[in-house]
Design a protein around this ligand. Sequence first.
Ligand code: G4P
Length: 528
Amino acid sequence: MKYDNEIARRKTFAIISHPDAGKTTLTEKFLLFGGAIQVAGAVKSNKIKKGATSDFMEIERQRGISVATSVMSFEYNNTLINLLDTPGHKDFAEDTYRTLTAVDSVILVVDSVNGVEEQTRRLMQVCRMRKTPVIVFINKMDRDGKNRFDLLEEIEKELSISLHPMTWPINQGKDFKGVYDLHNKNLRLFTANTKATDDDTISFSDLSSSVLDESIGDRDAATLREDVELIDGVYGELETKSYLSGDVAPVFFGSAINNFGVKEMLDTFIRIAPTPRDRETNKRPVAVNEEKFSGFIFKIHANLDPKHRDRIAFLRVCSGKFERNKYFHHVRLDKDVRFSNPYSFMAREKNVVDDAYPGDVVGLFDTGNFKIGDTLTEGEDLFFTGIPTFSPEIFKEVVNKDPMKTKQLEKGLLQLTDEGVAQLFTQFGGNKKIIGCVGELQFEVIQYRLLHEYGASVVFNSLPFYKACWLTSKDAKKLEDFARFKQGNIAEDKDGQMVYLAQSEWFLNTERNNNPDIEFHFTSEVHK
Ligand code: G4P
């Protein structure tokens, strides 16, 4: 096919982790390997520092950084890597979920001291839903962490994924001596506070060699032999097929800050990670090597400058070739649009790009035409599916403080929720507007932006809900009766889908038990 060469040399992925596990550090090491940056410290952490939640300068600074690092493209070993950034702050978790719909694989960083943490669970849930191939990097082996076998068991159990060790650590913390590469059968020695080099690698055709004892001491050599025998017996060679289907995750141990264990992982990533894949739509699967262009918007980034309400919409190319100044079909609006200044993000600089291929991400200037999940094609009417919306965790009623600005408020709410900053619900039978978010920080952002960009002044009243469930039923009458009976808990989302707002798990379970003909969904898809 026409663009096969371009597709075959691209890999698009994201690094995900609980904050502080080492995502920024690992990203930086990757960029150093790829030559995209020259010095350590060039990648700013995109997390909002603790205690700065009300500081809008901080939010703005953060947003500035996250535009610049939204996509980091670099070349390594003839492969064009698109690394999509995910926000570190928990309150922006929805953004991360959507970014996961635009990647073909994921590297998950787990802190060896803390093990599986809360945010990791949710992120992996999205990966499992989408069958995204995952590589796990167990970081901070230079610190006294959990026992390695216990860690593997914990990850497997908590994240419901089978693991396959690719390297095996020799001790940890101050006794950490390095890793044994189970695939290449070599030992990589670790020295604290020095960067790993190829000189620290010893190859073994046979682990019983006395060189092993000389390198790491008799006791550790004996333990390693036992461990390797056990692991080889249990796991054998990694089957790439089971990694690609998202069933088995290869695991590497290392220390990102010491650049230790990172290159092995990157080399394996280049070898096994998927190139851009075919994608499902509401009409038919779109093959990645189709000649005609298609792509979808997975993220929208607003300019916080009140004088310019423009935004950048991030488009993932799914098939064909995206071209500057060419007319494409905006399916939802049923109109043709073209872009004179699309951006690419090569070497962390924004550059105007003339064309882009499957796997690439292009930044498009937008004045309010796009919302998350929008599809562009060369004319065909289809929508990419599998872009989930999760239930918010905090719900508040919007109270308009300035009735003269009702129109502006409505417009602002619609546009902000199109961007995916929050979810908007309208209570059934009334017109109470309810905003649902993952974190408190978003309410502050919304209040600030409504005032500064739309001139609308609002306050929020807390509501006693903890979860939204999307409702469907084969029996329309039953659904209608339920909605009438439970009016105070029923709302519509922006697309007119019926939602049940539950006060607590107990209420939710009770309603589910009492209404077996009604399905309660924990996620909603932008397009079904
Ligand atoms: P994040 O993006 O996942 O939130 O994590 P980030 O890379 O910012 O790393 C969090 C902290 O963990 C940083 O320390 C970083 O230096 C440290 N770190 C990363 N990898 C390793 C490792 O392999 N071993 C050890 N011991 N520490 C590691 P910090 O003090 O919070 O920030 P900084 O002042 O060092 O930047």
